[in-house]
Design a binder for this molecule. Sequence first.
Ligand code: IMP
Length: 509
Amino acid sequence: MMKWKRATLVWLYFWLQEKLHKSWPGVEVIVGLMWGDEGKGAEIYRLCHYADLVVRCFGGNNAGHTIVVCDPLTGEDGELILHLLPSSLVWGHEIAMGAGVVVDPVGLINEVKHARSFNIDPSERLSIDGRCALVLVYHRVLDLAEEIVRARSGEKIDTTARGIGPAYADLVNRKAIRMSDAKTAQRFENLLRKRLAEKGKILVAMGLTKEEWADIFVQLKGKEESANKRLIKNGLLNPAELDYTRFAGEDPGAFKVDEILKFYLSALNEIKSWGCIRDVSRLVNGYIKEGKKVWVEGAQGAHLDNYFGTFPFVTSSHTLSGGACIGIGMSPRHIKVVRGILKAFTTRVGNGAFPTRVGDALRYIFEGTGLGGREVGATTGRTRGVGWLDLVLTRTACMINGVTVISLTKLDILSGKGTLKICVAWRIDGVEYDFVPDDHEMINRAEPIYIEVPGWIGDISQVKSWEELPRAARYYVETVEILLNKGAVEPIKIDRLGVGAKLEQVILR
Ligand code: IMP
């Protein structure tokens, strides 16, 4: 298509979106409806271009959002990978992290460096709530140590190893060190020394061998190097800074306290120099009062929620729309729209139930080749399990979130894959279920009940309108919508279809 024609279409699309939103003001919350990786990042990037403020409410840098933008280092389409910062930051509006977000200070600094290498400086318009709990090295060590212990009894969760579980456990146990504790070096130091001593004892009691202890720090070093490989490759980050082995004493539970203190004081001083630590609850409520446009970016997905997910293979925070209120300090009365992001098929990274999962032989159905098409985790690089769309999980996710509008992403991936299946119910011990049962053990025995629908031939990634889509693709979307509305509390509409990772690859319905 001629360049000017494409530009006009993109402009028209943005203009229309803004008009639509203006007639429907209020806070919009965006949540994932599965186990994360639904394509929230790309959708938030597309949707929030005219936002005044985009705020994260829960989770930490276990989240991973990939957005395709021009990479100034290569001049080509590149992947801007974000973990803590909202995915809409490209647009230049205010961004914030509410009290419910757990912040790894070093992770945050490296992410800001990554964004700066794309010519974007988020530190100038970032707010972090002083109540945010910090994720520190001992949380990451505990995360890996707990996995070693769980693996002994076959209960490994396969976490992202970002220290998220131990950080939230500290918060609930009233042991967290929070952002506001970094106001003075002395206050931070006192708490850090105390916590390192306490965690040391816990780690001794876990019975790790010397080798296992040393290996945890080697693993952390490797994970950091792999997460920051683009920065290292381009000489923007010295890999010696990521060498976590310098924090380990010889025996299990022994930390090099002074080294750790130096590491974090320097990181926290840098964050403080941005002038970003403030009361995000007041900020958000002020914006709401002034009638400004506020969006909440959820992290992970409904079935990773600590209460409602496929327990115990879940994350340690609330991933539902209700979590937005607690994680920010905002009344539920201000939420006007809850948008669910759903992939046209299902993926999961990490262990846990996955009723519609398929084996390697069928993996090709769910994997594309281009940017954003590979089913590999943005945070850990792990290969995601893949399978058919599961409406039992989706229906439940819509109900517990109050979803009324859905963006169905990655529809293009299903092109040319023959007959498609949709899971409409589960059979467990001879009984049919439309919603996820409250006994998590039962989910492991769920047998999916499928319907089959015709597939379509031909690439749809350049299609711009609903009418232009192949009939079978429209039938797939309509069938999903009809079946989702079965038993729904409120009508649910699939109003946006993602057909590629780029900004303009979306169809409004
Ligand atoms: P944690 O959040 O690192 O404790 O990991 C707990 C579980 O949640 C693991 O199965 C992770 O793979 C999964 N998980 C956490 N964050 C994400 C995410 O952003 N996308 C997909 N899976 C996630």
